[in-house]
Write a protein of this length. Sequence first.
Length: 186
Amino acid sequence: MTASGPVTLLDQKAVERVLARMAREIVERNDGVRGLVLLGIQRRGVELASRLRAAIEKEEGAKLATGALDITFYRDDLGVVGPRPVVGESSLPMEGVDDRTVVIVDDVLFTGRTARAALNELMDWGRPSRILLCVLVDRGGRELPIQPDIVGRKVNALPTQRVDVRVPEVDGRLAVELSPLTPAAE
């Protein structure tokens, strides 16, 4: 890693290959697409879920139910986020989540607190028969006993480093980068 900037861990082609493999693994774990729901965690998890959905629909020839979870008000650190947290939208499929296999999609798994918040919110919406956690990057460093079911790539990042997933809809490109923490990001 250079002192001045990020190091690319996965470029666009590598991310696309990883997402294709993850899409196949989701279908395999569910034994098909019946009863499957993909829910992306706002912000970048939503875009990743959309890419996974497109890959699954292309391969399986069936439409998937999708949605988004905004975990802002379920965070255990809301008090330190600031007086005006950015709140996105949660949207679930019209069919709901009861008795379905729900795949929660996130970009980076670190402490486990975002996944815990997503589980809490999901349970307010219904009772899935099964929940799978799918993350593009597992960087380790758990503070809670939460482990992903489907992982794109494991990365050994130091506490002084940040793993950033870039998506075209937000960042103009598709990549995974490793950066040093800056004082503003700490």
